[in-house]
Design a protein around this ligand. Structure first.
Ligand code: C5P
Length: 223
């Protein structure tokens, strides 16, 4: 194929929110729809890549030609990503990973007792930061959903998690964020803002990001 910058490349996309169980009938999750991640998987596949989509629970259909692995919790997601990381060329970490999980998962349904209830939470592993620490040839793209100070938080995240690109959006803007079919993103690299994109469909945003990652990685490979 003529327009296939990712021909022969292996790509992981993570998508959706993770689900952290409290007891057999209750859990903690977030508003992530998975749409941005699924669009990235579709775009990378269309541009020639072999794509593994590691996804939290969502109702979205599996994009054609993409291998999907469904996970529940952040710990499951970390395990599935790590099992494949060595052989990957690109990782797009669009999943909204829960920052905390219940300290214990109760084997039986919790009973209603006191007037208040406290559930202890413990920190989940940061998957992206883990990948950033052990990164070799891989090109890492992080995502950030913010409601304020978008640029400041984005750049901080990019450096802290050792990403090559970071895609930030302000989820409080109309036409951006969770659930919508469009997004408004600002793309950063180590030197700062690369591009502030106008409102676009998530599929168009995805293609832009995938093409940018492909050209950046290729440029970096030239001695
Ligand atoms: O710190 P924050 O959650 O805003 O960072 C967002 C980026 O980090 C996303 O790419 C997300 O997938 C990733 N992340 C992760 N593991 C976590 C939390 C976030 O991989 N526990």
């Amino acid at each position: 194929k003529a327009d296939a910058p990712l021909q022969g490349k292996r790509v992981i996309v993570t998508a959706g929110g993770t689900v952290e169980r409290i007891d057999p009938v209750r859990y903690i999750t977030n508003d992530s729809s998975g749409k941005m991640g699924y669009a990235l998987a579709e775009a990378a596949q269309a541009l020639g890549a072999s794509v593994t989509l590691i996804s939290g629970p969502t109702a979205l259909p599996v994009p054609a030609g993409v291998e999907r692995i469904t996970v529940i919790s952040a710990e499951d997601m970390l395990q599935e990503v790590m099992a494949r990381y060595d052989t990957m060329d690109f990782v797009f970490k669009a999943a909204a990973v829960a920052d905390y999980r219940p300290a214990q998962q109760r084997p039986q349904k919790m009973k209603k007792t006191g007037e208040t209830l406290t559930i202890d939470l413990v920190k989940n592993p940061d998957i992206l930061q883990t990948l950033g620490k052990i990164k070799k040839h891989q090109f890492l793209v992080g995502f950030a959903a913010e409601t304020e100070k978008v640029d400041e938080y984005a750049l901080d995240k990019l450096i802290r998690k050792n990403c090559d690109l970071l895609v930030a959006n302000n989820v409080s803007l109309e036409g951006a964020g969770f659930g919508t079919d469009t997004n408004i993103v600002r793309v950063f690299d180590r030197d700062g803002l690369v591009e502030a994109l106008p409102v676009m469909s998530k599929r168009e945003v995805a293609e832009y990001i995938v093409r940018l990652a492909a050209s950046r990685k290729q440029a970096a490979a030239i001695p």
